[in-house]
Design a protein around this ligand. Structure first.
Ligand code: NAD
Length: 476
């Protein structure tokens, strides 16, 4: 998306890395080791479809193996290329470090438009791609664990898991070779919406600090804030849905690949999503105003801009016209290095991708642990927790009766208090804790260092320092 004059995505990530690394006192050699991508594998394979052999090109890039397995999604899009997967793999390294998910960074992609193929054809293609990666240990529970990204979801992850398990029939941990699987096939509750939920938790945490909110020229809470969303896919849809239904945000515009919808009164996110699922785009949606060039909505007057589609959409060409004082990078790399500079000069606050979309890998981490432990979270503790809470309630009611005070615990309180945490509650709690803790580690750097004036550099500083520490303690 970025203009010709701008550096590409990989270079853009490097520039952001450089801005941070110069503030750390790392030996030159270690700095270079952390910057580079360790390996990128290109695979070309043929699949017989529609009476002909079709050759597909895919990648799996491993950025850093300071911790293994390495982790990162697999993207299906025609725009996939080596620079892109390497940039995304690098982001994964620092993202995992920032949210303390014990993985190195990786990413994969297949040059394909999934909309051009039938489901059974996509299954054949995915299985063959997975086979090529598994046989080279580029998919493995202990070495490299993919997850969904743009254009892929539970369905593809399930095919990948099955392919791995057919090739490794005695691997008892086989299901942990990939995350983002359906719950019925080794997945975990809350993974589908995890990235969008993480975006919501990130914004909630940001709004807990009035001085941070003031830096963006905003005030108050999320309630009533006007949000513009780009991309109503997995991440954008869930983030927009939770923010509008639970935090009182007003989604005033949604940009999609075929145009955008604008409605200052607020868009019904679920209704628009249903329309998109049925009509494959926003065009023709009866509520709000249709805008043919969705990109102009990025420049719309709003409180929060939430790009959740592809990289480079806020670039040197349009950054000066972006009016949002707060941008949350739900997508990876939506703001180029040049645009980042322009926006910072304008005083906008950017909650960076490294942090903002880390909910996905966080819950993927929980899923991987679940697969390795072969037991659902909460299965052992839930009833015991309920029994202990029941004891407290019984005792309170007895005291109240014996003393003659006659207090009654409200049924609503009892319902909530007596219910032990199941898998979904535990996943949400772990995700919320992760997003809060990671924000605080960034914020600490942001506020305490005079040479750090934005959250992106703070995020990179925390991430890079942790990777450096890991190399330092384990040796190369
Ligand atoms: P998705 O395929 O589910 O959704 C992407 C959406 O963006 C689709 O609705 C698509 O139509 C739309 N889109 C594509 N090109 C567009 C354009 N030019 N303008 C406007 N809209 C466009 O993908 P996703 O999983 O939601 O991923 C979106 C972004 O979030 C990517 O950058 C991805 O790397 C990042 N991300 C995803 C996850 C995850 O768990 N899925 C985790 C972390 C980061």
């Amino acid at each position: 998306m970025q203009t010709q004059k701008e550096p590409g995505f990989r270079e853009s990530v490097n520039l952001m890395f450089n801005r941070a690394v110069t503030l750390l006192d790392l030996p030159q050699g270690l700095e270079e080791k952390i910057r580079v991508c360790n390996a990128t594998y290109t695979v070309r394979f043929g699949v017989r479809l529609r009476g002909d052999i079709h050759t597909f090109k895919g990648y799996r890039s491993v950025h850093s193996e300071h911790m293994e397995p390495v982790k990162g999604g697999i993207r299906y899009a025609t725009s996939v290329n080596q620079q892109e997967v390497e940039a995304l793999a690098a982001l994964m390294t620092f993202k995992c470090a920032l949210v303390e998910a014990p993985f190195g960074g990786s990413k994969g992609g297949l040059c394909i438009d999934p909309r051009e193929w039938e489901e059974h054809e996509l299954e054949q293609i995915t299985r063959r791609f997975a086979y090529e990666l598994v046989k080279r240990d580029l998919i493995s529970p202990s070495q490299n664990v993919p997850a969904p990204d743009m254009g892929t979801g539970e369905r593809e992850m399930s095919w990948i898991a099955d392919t791995y398990q057919r090739m490794n029939t005695t691997d008892i941990n086989g299901k942990a070779c990939v995350t983002g699987k359906p719950v019925t096939n080794g997945g975990i509750q809350g993974r589908v919406e995890a990235t969008g939920r993480g975006v919501q938790y990130a914004l909630q945490e940001f709004f807990r600090y009035p001085e941070d909110v003031a830096k963006a020229g905003l005030s108050g809470t999320l309630d009533g804030k006007r949000v513009v969303v780009q991309g109503l896919g997995n991440v954008g849809y869930h983030a927009a849905k939770f923010l509008s239904e639970e935090d009182g945000c007003k989604i005033i515009a949604v940009a999609e690949w075929d145009g955008g919808i604008h409605d200052p009164k607020g868009i019904d996110v679920q209704d628009l999503r249903d329309w998109i699922s049925k009509h494959r785009g926003v065009k023709g949606y009866p509520n709000g105003t249709y805008v043919e060039n969705g990109m102009v909505l990025i420049e719309e007057e709003c409180d929060i801009l939430l790009p959740a589609a592809i990289e480079g959409v806020v670039n040197a060409e349009n950054a000066a016209r972006v009016k949002a004082p707060l941008i949350i990078e739900a997508a990876n790399g939506p703001v180029t290095a040049k645009a980042d500079e322009i926006l910072r000069q304008k005083g906008a606050v950017i909650i960076p991708d490294l942090y903002a979309n880390a909910g996905g890998v966080t819950v993927s981490y929980f899923e991987w642990v679940k697969n390795l432990s072969h037991i659902r979270f909460g299965r052992m503790q839930r009833r015991q927790e309920e029994a202990r809470h029941q004891l407290v309630v019984d005792e309170l009611e007895r005291l109240s009766a014996d003393s003659g005070i006659g207090w009654q615990l409200s049924p609503n309180f009892k319902d909530k208090y007596l219910r032990g945490a199941g898998e979904l509650e535990l996943v949400r709690s772990g995700l919320d804790d992760t997003m809060r803790t990671a924000y605080q580690s960034m914020r600490e750097v942001w506020h305490s260092r005079s040479d750090v004036d934005d959250l992106r550099v703070a995020a990179y500083l925390v991430g890079i320092a942790r990777v450096a520490q890991s190399y330092g303690t384990k040796g190369l």
